[in-house]
Design a protein around this ligand. Structure first.
Ligand code: P6P
Length: 330
């Protein structure tokens, strides 16, 4: 096997941070461990009756919490807490942030299992994570301001995709690399080095059931995607899995744009800035793409709430800029 393992890669890349304490490496290793544990359960969800279905309550988002949501949330919190260098975690599955070791230097924001409504129909789902250095004093309890940092301050971000294979894709600000998990030996191998959006792109990804409730600019952009024009590679192809990590990952490899705009029933859109939009925006910019709310760069938005939602347009720069043009003209 001539592939580098994720463990070797993490250690190799520590050289990018001269004088590094290895804390970030330990965090990435904790995420690696938790993703293996979650992957094992996700991949037998159909058989694991004890772990399938809802828990009979809603999360802060008002969404029915799935047993696997709670299971994944607990595994990532445990693994990160055991490393001792994380002072707090903000998670989609918890109303408030969770205080961990007050001597920890880092905070984590995560969606432990995004797209979990797809579990019962065997569609790919994912974990999304974002890592920041705390802004409050080490030794003090973590505070909300540690979590409400703009995306440009992220030190690492990535996702785990539980699909036909389990993959971990992440960045620490020096490009994007993808690792495929071999469950037979319990190791992630570097299978997708230096990932970048391809130049050619013709996939647009949106829940078009929301189209008539979206702005005129978005409606005009989708119409533009559907027009026949050989010159500009149209009509584009519509693809929507309904699982953000899966849609994003396909676009990163094949090129495309993912859109979740604001609608009249969801004026701020559906996706959460801190643990969905920011981490994928960091990966996107590192891979040569663009992420905006239709008007401004996602990673420059100063957050005001832990579970804040934003309209989201992410993918190939040319496609994001084209929809921004239509929005500007509306
Ligand atoms: P809709 C899943 O709940 C999620 O957050 C993303 O994974 C996905 O892209 C989106 O919501 C699907 O939302 O409204 O199209 O069902």
């Amino acid at each position: 096997m001539n592939f580098k393992t994720l463990g070797e890669f993490i250690i190799d890349r520590q050289k990018d941070f001269p004088g590094s304490s290895g804390d970030l490496s330990r965090i990435l290793s904790a995420i690696r461990l938790a993703s293996k544990i979650v992957s094992q359960q996700v991949n037998k969800a159909g058989l694991a009756r004890h772990i399938l279905g809802g828990v009979g309550r809603e999360n802060v988002q008002g969404e029915a919490q799935q047993k696997l949501d709670v299971y994944a949330d607990e595994r990532f919190i445990e693994a990160l807490n055991n490393r001792g260098n994380v002072c707090g975690i903000g998670s989609e599955e918890n109303d408030d942030f969770i205080e961990l070791n007050k001597d920890g230097k880092y905070i984590i924001l995560m969606d432990p299992l995004d797209g979990s409504s797809n579990i019962d129909v065997n569609v790919s789902i994912g974990t999304i994570f974002s890592v920041f250095k705390r802004v409050t004093e080490i030794g003090e309890p973590v505070a909300l301001e540690d979590f409400l940092q703009p995306g440009v301050e992220q030190v690492a971000a990535g996702y785990v995709l539980y699909g036909s294979s389990t993959m971990m894709v992440y960045t620490t600000g020096n490009g994007v690399n993808g690792f495929t998990y071999d469950p037979g030996i319990g190791v992630f191998f570097l299978s997708h080095p230096d990932m970048t959006f391809p130049n050619q792109s013709k996939i647009y990804s949106m829940n078009e059931g929301n189209l008539m409730r979206s702005s005129k600019g978005v409606q005009n952009y989708v119409k533009y995607c559907q027009e026949v024009d050989k010159e500009t590679n149209r009509p584009h192809t519509g693809r929507y899995i309904g699982s953000l990590v899966a849609d994003f990952h396909r676009n990163l490899i094949k090129g495309g744009i993912y859109m979740y705009p604001s609608t009249d029933s969801a004026p701020d859109g559906k996706l959460r800035l801190l643990y969905e939009c920011n981490p994928l925006a960091f990966l996107t910019e590192q891979a040569g793409g663009k992420a905006s709310n239709g008007k401004e760069r996602i990673m420059e938005i100063r957050p005001t709430k832990l579970h804040q939602r934003v309209p989201y347009f992410v993918g190939n720069t040319s496609m994001v800029e084209k929809v921004e043009e239509f929005i500007a003209k509306e």
